[in-house]
Design a protein around this ligand. Sequence first.
Ligand SMILES: Cc1cc2nc3c(=O)[nH]c(=O)nc-3n(C[C@H](O)[C@H](O)[C@H](O)COP(=O)(O)O)c2cc1C
Length: 367
Amino acid sequence: MVKQRFNWSLNLLMLPLATWVTVTGIIAELFDINDFVLHKYPGYVLAVALGVHFLLKLKPWLQGTRRLFSFPFRHAAMLQQSKTQTLPTSEGITRRNILVWLGSAVGGFIAGNFLAPTRFTSLPTDEDIGVVYHHWSKPGNVSLLSSAINWGTQPAIFKDYPESKKIALAKLVPRDGMSVEQAIGTRRSVREYAQRPLTQDEVNRLMYYTNGITDTRWGSGLRASPSSGALYPVEMYLFVHAVEGVPQGIYHYNVRDHALEQMQAGDFRKPIADAALGQEFFGEAGIVVALTGIFQRARFKYQDRTYRYVMLEAGHLGQNIYLMAMNLGLGACAVGAFWDDDVNRLLGVDGKQEAVLYLLTVGHKIT
Ligand SMILES: Cc1cc2nc3c(=O)[nH]c(=O)nc-3n(C[C@H](O)[C@H](O)[C@H](O)COP(=O)(O)O)c2cc1C
């Protein structure tokens, strides 16, 4: 009697507990929480409760199992027998229960794989962190559903330095010039530069046709480079070494105002060349463009896929810089090898919320 009451109380506990563990499990999956205490510890309690419940019900389970395996030979006889005498109950293992368990297990397996297929596939042995990330960020249906839930809030789409000295850039209209085919067909990375300053117009065109607002009809404007969801997580900075009418220093390209904002004045040829692992052409180019990513601009919407998108978009901007440099008769070189922390420090960004992604040098070719 005491045993029965205890088991009954256990059942009463397990029902809400199982619901809790299921709900918190879904939350953990939605938000990719690997160590979710609200799920983990109730889960342990549930496992212990299930174990105790199983032990308490061991006898009827065993009886039920015996009956099950004697089916169908003894089933008819037992049915007959049950009409005349009370047979031990077999709450545990009956054909119906087994079908329910099997159905739940198969259903759970299919649902789990359908909802988050990527989480269950093993990774290759020659993986690196990029492979792990790439694999992890493949969409499952749970992550598609959860994209309806914002990961934090959307930050401002434009960055500016209100206290800075500004250099307004002239409004541009497209000119005739080198065809896209010619630009692509003749593009090469250039690492040797003539000691001739760039003009402000050249810098203007490089900025505008890389990341300027080219269409004002929609929202806060559409830009020269494509951006997933038009969220524009990539920012542009300039290390100005030699540009007519623009003092040396570090500048931010203010997209909304189409202006350069001086963040620091001074000669940064050596610091940026050092930060680029000592690649000397960094000190010889007219400008060095630094592309950074403000991840939250895309993360609130794209979650795990954000990093992919931000890198892809930096690539779009990088190619635009190459092609515009060709169009202007200049040379450019994209660079991925640099000391991230040093470049971030020069740019005054924290390397987490906003981090440098890509550097490009631009200057006059040596003819
Ligand atoms: C992501 C990326 C990173 C690069 N990093 C460097 C670099 O650190 N130093 C360098 O001199 N060139 C770098 N380059 C330029 C490549 O060396 C160059 O594109 C390649 O040699 C092909 O030559 P091409 O650009 O003239 O076609 C990089 C290019 C890319 C796309």
